[in-house]
Design a protein around this ligand. Sequence first.
Ligand SMILES: Nc1ncnc2c1ncn2[C@@H]1O[C@H](COP(=O)(O)OP(=O)(O)OP(=O)(O)O)[C@@H](O)[C@H]1O
Ligand SMILES: [Mg+2]
Length: 378
Amino acid sequence: MAYRVGVIGGGQLARMMIAPAVELGVEIRVLAEQEGMSATLAATSVGDYRDAETVLAFARDVDVITFDHEHVPQDVLAALVEAGVTVHPGPAALAVAQDKLVMRQRMAELGMPQPEWAAVTGPDELAAFLAENGGRAVVKTPRGGYDGKGVRVVSDAHGADDWFAALAEDANGGALLVEELVDFTRELAQQVARTPSGQIATYPVVETEQRDGVCAEVLAPAPSASARLTDVAASVGAAVAEGLGVTGMLAVELFETSDERILINELAMRPHNSGHWTQDGAVTSQFEQHLRAVLDLPLGQATPLQPWTVMVNILGGPAEGGITERFENAMAQHPAAKIHTYGKDPRPGRKVGHVNVTGVELEDVAYEARAAASLFLD
Ligand SMILES: Nc1ncnc2c1ncn2[C@@H]1O[C@H](COP(=O)(O)OP(=O)(O)OP(=O)(O)O)[C@@H](O)[C@H]1O
Ligand SMILES: [Mg+2]
């Protein structure tokens, strides 16, 4: 009998699990938030992931429940576990990815390298942190942020008053996370897969470029990464996966500093934009690897197929018409480009697809990927 995986959330990450599921013979089901979402091909249910009854009904006939995002509330996760449903990643690990304050606390306990940080509950505490950290800092809402929403550079103790007010009643008692403004030379990401049995596979560390808080491009592996950097990133990734008991894919977003230190920015416990290059550039894609990991199957090799892979996001898409209308031109001009689209309507800044190109010369590969992606924009 085929393995059955249930994915909560119908976005592009769930969508991209469908192809490897078909190839592996895994039956995949998706609980989508709405009709017509990215993963609609496998959306067997539509409903609210915050409602325990809906989620329990969806989980009835699957071997494992996993996720397209980290937002399923802890009481719903607890209800699943209580009902005997296998959940990967599990509630305890997910709790760390759901709240950036919890994440900072746990990373500190594990002795992981990270920026200076504090939990602040009002302008006075923020003022104290600013005074100790050169007058500028990054304030983050602990929960619900994505694509740079909920991240703000402040140099004034009152620069986050609106957020303090909005969060006054929440579980953290209105606390915000404040971090030193890291003067990084570049951003990196480390992908790790871990199975419930404890097998670990680490991908090569990659370089990520964010524009306006959104991932725009990934270079894999990270160019001019020393053996030491590669090793340190892999061991940080593995230590986080083991320390938190993560099951499935883990992405560790990192800052690299001018003195070649790496600091943890944040964690994602699922396939991640920084790992999309693996679809065409690695022996095992992060989506296949995630399915293998949550089913506790042996992991696939995480090694690159070619010296370089460049992933370029299609952000926004064409101002007029659909994405498919641009396909013919992109296919004709860039036959080496692997074009992935998410079935989403174009909208400014929205992630609607990406392009992967692999090859031997980084410059050529990057040129090709950027050129192909640009054909989908105006
Ligand atoms: N402490 C910091 N110092 C300097 N820059 C930072 C810091 N924290 C975040 N940034 C910048 O802001 C971006 C977004 O921050 P973060 O990853 O915490 O937010 P997010 O909205 O959860 O992100 P994502 O887009 O990954 O969902 C980072 O990629 C980085 O460019
Ligand atoms: Mg981030």
